[in-house]
Design a binder for this molecule. Structure first.
Ligand SMILES: [Cu+2]
Length: 137
């Protein structure tokens, strides 16, 4: 009888540190989430592109121009052309007319469907990426 009481008491005292640990974990998770949300505001978000999404443009050479909401590191940013067979071709290293812009050119495009794939490093140290589908007429 007394041993049952002891076990029960032990179980109850044990549950308190578990609860404290869980609360600590939740607190740390909350701090992480808030931190991420703060950082998200500095992520590079594409604001404007040429070609625009789903645009039909003339070939064979297609200038590519991207403008972001924040400065991006041109040296650590990459632009690719995805062709109709889903093959990826690196575009020439992007130039920067301003810290939030990237420019390059896709040359020798035949009529068809393509995508520009961009991957950029923002000033907060985070990488974002995306794709812009377009057609060459
Ligand atoms: Cu970020």
């Amino acid at each position: 009888m007394s041993s049952w009481k002891m076990d029960r008491k032990n179980a109850m005292t044990k549950s308190n540190p578990d609860t404290t640990l869980l609360a600590g974990r939740l607190a740390r998770l909350f701090v992480l989430l808030v931190g991420c949300a703060a950082l998200l505001s500095a992520h590079a978000v594409l604001k404007q592109s040429s070609p625009a999404a789903n645009a039909v443009v003339s070939g064979p050479d297609v200038p590519v121009h991207l403008r972001f909401n924040s400065r991006v590191d041109g040296k650590r940013s990459r632009l690719f052309l995805i062709d109709g067979a889903n093959a990826e071709h690196a575009l020439p290293a992007p130039a920067q007319a301003s810290p939030a812009e990237l420019s390059s050119v896709a040359k020798g495009l035949q009529p068809g469907a393509y995508k520009i794939r961009w991957q950029v490093l923002a000033s907060d140290g985070h990488i974002t990426s995306g794709e812009i589908p377009f057609r060459v007429k």
